[in-house]
Write a protein that binds this ligand. Structure first.
Ligand SMILES: Cc1cc2nc3c(=O)[nH]c(=O)nc-3n(C[C@H](O)[C@H](O)[C@H](O)COP(=O)(O)OP(=O)(O)OC[C@H]3O[C@@H](n4cnc5c(N)ncnc54)[C@H](O)[C@@H]3O)c2cc1C
Length: 381
């Protein structure tokens, strides 16, 4: 059976559902979301849930700042508790190069309205008793950063979208996509075919595969990242702790668990998402080095998911020349959850009015034609 829709969205992750909600809120009708598994099957359901404005590039700081403004009012907007908490982010600085960078980026963040402050090792020890400052030269702390519960953000957007008439179809795999003669797209799924004038490709690490069906070369690569969770501990840690140099992050959940991850520079690109004992050892070491008193804490869970890495670790957003009605958002690396509220809003502006309130030209696929790519110094993992 062939159905028609105004917009077909491929991917029921946070970006797909946030786009669906924003488009429906703008009055668009006949929106269909196609998800091959359950909502949150992809990276969204496996993420570390960090939301930070502690970035080094102006573009990332602005996008994250605008996303935080949306997160601050998201529960009221969606009528859903997303467990957004502004416990702050504390970035640990371990060497002179990082120190030099942070002394340049804090004034930039402040100028853009992000209230980051520099902390000495003594101030860090007073702030978070038990945190080891061995080798730490300083810390950058932003109080308005935080965390949210990824499934709640996803469900909140999904429920609000459904109330506005969006048709969300789970367990429905898109098997082929093609341009139609005369315009629009044919989207074939395991549960029927759709014709639509607009297609939003937000299939996470599989966005490149959907793009390839239309002849688009999206240069992203999947990388497995793992997370471990300890038993519940008495509350002692409000901010998320991160180190760009050592590639780790930790936060304490409302249930008291320490949730965190540490990257592996030697990992090769793959769609495999198996959990590994090797990760557990590396996680246990950085956790113990950072919080020596947690040396005997038990790890009770671990999981893995895919980072969708672009060549410069920055998102790929917008349209593709010559393909009217096609939009994508991918390549988020390890920060697509925190940006999703603003990305969805910007894509919605682009689709409904042809322009965006924040320029996204620098994030277009076309930037990869240039040989010089810029990477944010605060990409973790
Ligand atoms: C371990 C880990 C930790 C992370 N930590 C953070 C963090 O702290 N902060 C942060 O901001 N980000 C973090 N991220 C990144 C973040 O999770 C992602 O950038 C974000 O969730 C991407 O959302 P999305 O909706 O674009 O993609 P996804 O959530 O991956 O959703 C894409 C969906 O498309 C579906 N799909 C794929 N192919 C098809 C098809 N053919 N047909 C139908 N459906 C299809 C998939 O099943 C999937 O559900 C982390 C990621 C991982 C793996």
């Amino acid at each position: 059976m062939t159905r028609s829709a105004e917009v077909v969205i491929v991917g029921g992750g946070v970006n797909g559902l946030a786009c669906a909600y924003n488009l429906a809120k703008r009055g668009m009708k006949d929106i269909v979301v196609l998800e091959k598994g359950y909502l949150g099957t992809g990276a969204t359901g496996r993420c570390g849930a960090g939301i930070r404005q502690l970035w080094g590039m102006e573009e990332n700081i602005i996008l994250a700042r605008e996303a935080v403004k949306i997160f601050e009012n998201l529960d009221a907007e969606l009528g859903f508790n997303t467990f957004f908490r502004q416990g702050g982010y504390l970035m640990l600085i371990f060497d002179e190069h990082e120190y030099e960078t942070v002394t340049k980026t804090i004034p930039l963040q402040n100028r853009l309205g992000v209230p980051t402050v520099l902390m000495s090792p003594e101030e860090i020890r007073d702030f978070i008793p038990g945190l080891s400052t061995d080798g730490v030269l300083a810390g950058a702390f932003c109080q308005t950063d935080g965390t949210a519960y990824p499934y709640a953000v996803l469900w909140g957007y999904g429920e609000a979208a459904r109330r506005l008439g969006v048709d969300i179809r789970v367990m429905t795999t898109v098997t082929s996509v093609a341009s139609r003669v005369g315009g629009g797209f044919e989207i074939v799924t395991t549960d029927g075919t759709y014709h639509a004038p607009r297609l939003i490709n937000v299939a996470g690490a599989r966005t490149r595969d959907i793009g390839a069906m239309l002849g688009i070369d999206i240069p992203t690569e999947p990388y497995c990242h793992e997370i471990a969770v300890t038993e519940s501990l008495k509350a002692f840690l409000k901010p998320m702790i991160i180190s760009p140099k050592k590639g780790f992050y930790f936060s304490q959940s409302l249930r008291g668990e320490i949730i965190g991850g540490v990257g592996d520079e030697n990992k090769e690109s793959s769609y495999a998402t198996a959990s590994s004992p090797d990760f557990l050892f590396r996680f246990a070491k950085v956790l113990r080095d950072t919080f020596p008193k947690l040396g005997k804490a038990r790890i009770i869970r671990q999981w893995a998911g895919l980072y969708d890495m672009s060549p410069d670790s920055r998102p790929i957003l917008g349209t593709v020349d010559g393909l009217d009605g096609y939009y994508h958002a991918c390549g988020f690396s390890g920060h697509g959850f925190m940006l999703s509220p603003i990305v969805a809003r910007l894509l919605t502006e682009l689709i409904t009015s042809g322009t965006t309130s924040i320029p996204i030209d620098n994030l277009s696929l076309a930037r990869f034609k240039s040989k010089t790519l810029t990477r944010d110094p605060y990409v973790v993992g």
